[in-house]
Structures are given as structure tokens and as C-alpha cells.
Design a protein around this ligand. Structure first.
Ligand code: G6P
Length: 607
């Protein structure tokens, strides 16, 4: 949440900052601002609204001249979105300008103390205390002042800091919020995420908590809290720059939907060698797997929905009990978890605050942690015993699609891997499983070819006020994701229900014309879900039925979407595709801002 970027070099800073912020807007987009070191000192421009408002205000950055600056795009936590609450925030005398991503938990205490020393506050943010504290502690050495403040700040922060006394350098520091340093030639950068600087460099430093960075145009020095210089290793980013561009698509979301076959191939292929699943990054032995008492899956949002699929898949294939919980609940429920348990944390960004906290809670209880993460070097990856990366590439649209799909693929890889180690599959069953896993990217591509059908259905139903998704077992797990996809980008109320549960209350909401999307892909439960379809139709519902070629819904549902066949446990990967498309096209028909839905941010680093 919130994106920050910083630049020093031979080029004008302001246009660079705007370009970098545009790539970070997915992190928050209620206001934006820049601070640039100019001949007249630090100049700040900021405004409420999308980045474009700021860009228009400063004419694409051309109004502010200077070769060093910091920028910010905000998702409000403390204080409503407004010009005043937008970052950067300046200290009283204007000596310091600060951009911040994170939350300062003890800001009220710090604010009270500063007020007693005569400091006045203009914004409602927690960030403003940082600017004033820097000024309070500054005695001529910015590093010293930063060390003083980080000893007092509680919470999370990634900070970019300009000081009026330092025309040739700026500073940054992070704790529990992401921040990377980009190394260029004659120019250097900071950013919340590589997407912001990928066009300029592929060489980066990952920072540990409380490492302080001093950037000049010629070099970068990293210090610890004792002001000792820390040697850093350069990491090379291999992501393709095209991956972070729209590439002719109207929205990142559709580009990312279409990228799913490739993302799946990248995630699955390197892990299958000579007909076997090889998970090099996983150190769990056969005995470790045999001794697992219980698996917990913790995650948020769509990653949680992957966990719900994971429960069905792992229990079915490995016969190990699996409990899946949203991370924000798990962390506070005093979980019965210990050294015999495996905790799987799923996260695209690898920085979701609740997931990270849940993982730490489990770790404190002695559990082993395996994470499924998309962003290399992220906090969740670092805090885990084992990591399996989803090679989805950068995902920009707030509504996840390809990250969700690759997370599912990792669940299949893990379930197949563990079930082989446990001797649960015959060699024939294992071979079929591997064949279907390798075929999955092509099957997803096949489903994507039928998007006109979904587009047509979306054009018929985009005016609905409420839409229900129903399904049983794995279909129910996908229904949760389909419903979330729809509501988050189209703002249509939607609920997902276990098909057999609807009659215990919620069926009272079904009336003439209510749209129900019924998922009935699992062959074993087809007839059961068909009975539920009949129940809702008898009460006036219009039904879109999603099922496979083996059991088409023709004559049962009013409209049908038919998917190719594959191993039962992998059907969620196919079922989710028309639901992603349905959400997309409904939102498109309604004229919604698909990539940046209201009130949301992609990466949620607050509780
Ligand atoms: C936000 C996003 C969701 C995402 C969730 C978890 O709410 O909008 O799309 O599923 O966070 O994010 P993570 O990065 O942990 O997967």
C-alpha cells in the first residue's frame, strides 16, 4: 500500500518520478506527490486524486527542475485523501521532505512529544511526525538523525528522505515495508517495487530491516543502525520489461488473464523432470511429510481462495488434514499449531501484513513454514523455511488473475509431490497427474479462446444488482474467487455459496430474474449441484451453468459455459477463467476503472 520512488542522477527527476509512480499506482491511488531538490531548495507538489491530476498540475514534471527527488502514490490510512494529507510531508522549517509507506503505530505519543517542543502539525497523517522528528534530531548529520528516529519509530516504514542541506545525496530506510535500491550508471534509484525502475536498471540491492541507504549519482552506501557500512550483493532482475507494460491491451487485467498459459508454463515446466515433480527449493524429506500432523494454509483475499482449493486437493491426494484460515483471523485465534504442523503461507506480493504476522505467529509456535510467493526476496519469502515461487511475472491489475492461477499450479505441484512421497498414487495415476499438469497451460489457452461467449453473457447481465455463485467442494472454492472477482471490479453485490447450503437461508434472496452462476464441473457431484440449480430455477433464478464436456448443462441451465476435461483436482484452473472474464466484461460494460477499483490496493501492508 502506497508506492514510493526516488531518483538521483543526470536527468530531470520530476518526469522520472511521475513515470515510476505510474508503475506503482496499483499500490494506492488516492493522491500523489513529489519533492525535488531545485536551485531554490526543496520544492513539493502534491494533490488529491489520481497521479494524472498531479502530472497535469506540474505539466508532466516540466515545471520542476532538479536532478534529485522522491515521489509517492498513496492509499490512505491516517487521514482522508486530500492535498494536505498527500505525501511528501515537510518538516516545520522545510529542511526535510519525507515519503512513507507503512504505519507508525506510536505516532500519537511521538506527536504529543513534538507538540510539547513547539512543533505544529498540518496533516492528519502518521508520516508527518517523521519529518518533524528528523528536524528535531538533526545536528548536521542526516545519518545520525535517521538512526535516532528509527530507534523511536514503532510499526512499519519504507522512507525516502530529502534534506535541504544535502544537494548531492538523499536517503532511504525500511522496516517491514518493501523498498529496493536500483543501481544505474551515473544515476541511482529507490522504489517500492522493481516495476518502477526496470526500464532503467536490472541491478538492485534488497534491503534488510533498518538498513539505511545514502544515494549519490555515483554510488550507493548502505549502513546499519551502528552507522557501519554494510557490504551488499547485487541481485539481477530477470523480468522482462514488457511484463510491466500494457502492450496494447486496454487494461492490465485482460493482459494478465491472457498471460495465464505462459505464467502456468513458467511455473510448472521447470519443476517436472523426467516425468517426476522436483521441488528443489523444498527441503521437506519423505519422513518430514509422513510426520506432518496437520497442514494450515494462511492467506488473504484471492490467495485465501487458493488455500480453499488447496484444502480439497491436499486432503484428497495426501489424506493429511488441512485447515485453511484467513490470515487476519489466524493471527489472533491462539491457533493450536506446533512443531508437527506445516504452515503454508500464500501471497502474491509476499508483503501482506496479516499473512506475514500469521506466519510469524505459527513460527513462534514451532511450526515449519512453506510459502508460495511471487515476489523474490519479499518479506514472506525471507521469513519462511521453504519457498516455492510462482513465476507469474509482475502483476499490476489490482484484481489478481495470473498470480491466483500460478498459486493453484503450485498447490497441484505440492500435492503431487507429497502424495508421491507418501506412496498414495499408483505409477499410472501419478503419470496421468503429471501429464495433466503439463497439459494445463494448453487447456487454459483453449478455455480463453471461448471468451466471446462470456463477453456476450456479461453484456446480458451487467445491470444485475446481485449475483450468486454456487458450487460444491472444489467448485465452491472457485465460486468464492469468481464472486470476489466480480464484486471487486464491477461493484455488483455478490455472494458465493456452497450449493447445498443455499437452502438454509440465503435462498430467500432468490427472486424472479436473479442471476445464479452454478459451477458443476466435478463429475462426482454433478447431479447434486443440478438439484440445487433446479431449486433456484423453481424460484425464478436465471442460471448460467459452468460444467465440462462430459456433463454439459444444456437443457438444465439457461446459459452454459462448457470446459474441457482434465483430472478433477485441476478443474479449478479451468473453471476460474470464465469467471475472471465475466467479472472483467461486466466491469467493462459498466465503465468501471478495472485496473484500479475504488477503495482497494493490490498490496496490503496494514492490518
Ligand atoms: C489484496 C489484493 C488481492 C490479494 C490480497 C492478498 O486484497 O487486492 O487481490 O489476493 O491482497 O495479497 P497477496 O499479495 O498476499 O497475495
Amino acid at each position: 500500500m502506497c508506492g514510493i520512488v526516488g531518483y538521483i542522477g543526470e536527468n530531470q527527476a520530476a518526469p522520472f518520478l511521475l513515470e515510476g509512480l505510474a508503475r506503482l499506482e496499483y499500490r494506492g491511488y488516492d493522491s500523489a506527490g513529489v519533492a525535488v531538490y531545485t536551485d531554490d531548495g526543496i520544492e513539493i507538489a502534491k494533490s488529491k486524486g489520481r497521479l494524472q491530476v498531479l502530472s497535469d498540475q506540474i505539466h508532466g514534471g516540466n515545471d520542476i527542475n532538479g536532478f534529485m527527488g522522491i515521489g509517492h502514490t498513496r492509499w490512505a490510512t491516517h487521514g482522508e485523501p486530500s492535498d494536505i494529507n498527500a505525501h511528501p510531508h515537510a518538516s516545520v522549517s522545510g529542511k526535510f521532505a519525507v515519503v512513507h509507506n507503512g504505519i507508525i503505530e506510536n505516532y500519537i505519543e511521538l506527536k504529543t512529544k513534538l507538540e510539547k517542543h513547539g512543533y505544529t502539525f498540518t496533516s492528519d497523517t502518521d508520516t508527518e511526525v517523521i519529518a518533524h522528528m528528523l528536524e528535531y534530531y538533526y545536528k548536521g548529520d542526516v545519518l545520525d538523525a535517521i538512526i535516532r528516529i528509527i530507534n523511536r519509530l514503532e510499526g512499519s516504514y519504507a522512507l525516502g528522505i530529502l534534506c535541504a542541506d544535502c544537494p548531492d545525496r538523499f536517503f532511504a530506510v525500511r522496516k517491514s515495508s518493501p523498498l529496493i535500491v536500483g543501481l544505474g550508471r551515473g544515476e541511482n534509484f529507490i522504489a517500492s517495487d522493481v516495476a518502477a525502475i526496470l526500464k532503467h536498471t536490472r541491478d538492485i540491492y534488497y534491503l534488510e530491516d533498518n538498513e539505511i541507504v545514502e544515494l549519490t549519482s555515483d554510488g550507493v552506501k548502505v549502513y546499519n543502525k551502528d552507522k557501519e557500512e554494510v557490504p551488499k550483493e547485487i541481485s539481477k532482475i530477470t523480468w522482462d520489461i514488457d511484463a510491466a507494460e500494457k502492450g496494447g491491451y486496454e487494461h492490465f487485467m485482460m493482459k494478465e488473464i491472457e498471460e495465464q498459459p505462459t505464467a502456468l508454463r513458467n511455473t510448472i515446466s521447470p519443476r517436472i523432470k523426467d516425468g517426476r515433480i522436483i521441488l528443489d527449493s523444498v527441503s521437506l524429506t519423505k519422513d518430514d511429510i509422513k510426520n506432518i500432523r496437520k497442514i494450515y494454509i494462511v492467506a488473504c483475499g484471492s490467495a485465501y481462495h487458493v488455500g480453499v482449493v488447496g484444502k480439497y486437493v491436499i486432503e484428497r491426494m495426501c489424506r493429511i488434514p488441512v485447515e485453511v484460515q484467513v490470515a487476519s483471523e489466524f493471527r489472533y485465534c491462539d491457533p493450536i499449531v506446533g512443531s508437527k504442523d506445516l504452515v503454508i503461507a500464500i501471497s502474491q506480493s509476499g508483503e501482506t501484513a496479516d499473512t506475514l504476522a500469521a506466519l510469524k505467529e505459527a513460527k513462534d509456535h514451532g511450526a515449519r513454514i512453506l510459502s508460495i510467493v511471487n515476489v523474490e526476496g519479499s518479506a514472506i519469502a525471507k521469513a519462511s523455511d521453504d519457498v516455492i515461487y510462482t513465476w507469474a511475472g509482475p502483476e499490476i491489475a489490482v484484481a489478481t488473475t495470473k498470480a491466483y492461477s500460478t498459486q493453484l499450479a503450485v498447490i497441484y505441484l505440492m500435492a503431487g509431490y507429497m502424495s508421491e512421497k507418501l506412496g498414495m498414487l499408483t505409477s499410472g495415476e501419478y503419470k496421468r497427474f503429471i501429464d495433466d499438469l503439463e497439459r494445463l497451460p494448453d487447456l487454459v489457452a483453449e478455455v480463453l479462446k471461448n471468451k466471446e461467449n462470456v463477453q456476450h453473457l456479461a453484456s446480458m447481465f451487467y445491470n444485475c444488482h446481485s449475483i450468486f455463485f454456487i458450487g460444491r467442494n472444489l467448485d465452491y472454492a472457485v465460486a468464492l474467487e469468481g464472486s470476489l472477482k466480480l464484486k471487486e471490479i464491477s461493484y455488483i453485490h455478490s455472494e458465493a455459496y456452497a450449493a447445498g447450503e443455499l437452502k438454509h437461508g440465503t435462498i430467500s434472496l432468490i427472486e424472479d430474474g436473479t442471476l445464479v452462476i452454478a459451477l458443476a464441473t466435478g463429475s462426482g457431484l454433478f447431479d447434486k449441484t443440478v438439484s440445487n440449480v433446479k431449486e433456484v430455477k423453481a424460484r425464478g433464478a436465471v442460471v448460467i451453468g459452468v460444467s465440462t464436456t462430459e456433463n454439459p448443462m444444456t437443457g438444465i441451465a439457461d446459459h452454459t459455459i462448457t470446459l474441457p476435461e482434465t483430472t478433477d483436482v485441476m478443474l479449478p484452473s479451468l473453471t476460474v477463467i470464465p469467471l475472471q472474464l465475466f467479472g472483467y466484461y461486466v466491469a467493462s460494460n459498466k465503465g468501471c476503472d478495472i485496473d484500479k477499483p475504488k477503495n482497494l490496493a493490490k498490496s496490503v501492508t496494514v492490518e
